[in-house]
Design a binder for this molecule. Sequence first.
Ligand SMILES: C[S@@+](CC[C@H](N)C(=O)[O-])C[C@H]1O[C@@H](n2cnc3c(N)ncnc32)[C@H](O)[C@@H]1O
Length: 232
Amino acid sequence: MGVILTLARCLEYCTAIAGYRQRLAALLGVSVGTINGFYREMEDSWWLKEITKKKGIRKGYFEMNMLSPLRAPLLYVFCRVAKPRQVVETGVAEGFSSSFILAALEKNGKGRLYSIDLPNQPGQELLGAASTGWLIPGQLSGRWHLTLGPSKEKLPPLLDELGSIDLFYHDSDHSYENMMFEFHAALPRLADGGFVVSDDITDNRAFGDFCAQTRCRYARFFKFGILQYRAP
Ligand SMILES: C[S@@+](CC[C@H](N)C(=O)[O-])C[C@H]1O[C@@H](n2cnc3c(N)ncnc32)[C@H](O)[C@@H]1O
């Protein structure tokens, strides 16, 4: 049974990887050359070398971890193209996604990342609260604000404080209820053309239902979903 599930996952990944740069380019309205350029820029970067060394994992197409081109690297390329000013993220853990977003903001020369994390949740017990985001290179932390606590409690006041945001990224508690709560909290705060990005959209139907409810343009990239908000 385990082998069948692994094979099914590999097949799903291989299907998703086919043509993902073309699909990302189409979603963002840029050329494939632009997308390729940002992937290359990231692959040659000092900060990616630092993260892979610290964590001791490999990057590449056949690794289905956070360094696969369809996960944290996609966030980097996405932020290099979209150039968001205010980004809100839920779920930091070791800090893969935060690092890639922060690296893109730094290269863009503008933008701030506001992250919320409730440490020590089931499956994440090995990370103490003190090590939330430990992978984030020190030189990238100048644009980062971290709030510790449950997103249900911390997200609404953070959004009130920020007013308008350009990108909301979900990667915290993947229960249907929490995903829907976060997506719907973020949506009215998105600037016209802003984005909701979610990891682990295959865990349940939350992202699909949210897209159906909002009738916004969206795309799926393996475990990632990206929705673009357009003001009516
Ligand atoms: C999948 S991990 C995040 C991985 C991270 N984005 C990365 O790229 O390395 C999920 C994180 O969300 C935290 N978390 C779980 N439930 C949460 C909640 N209700 N509010 C905020 N954070 C939560 C977990 O403790 C964990 O640190």
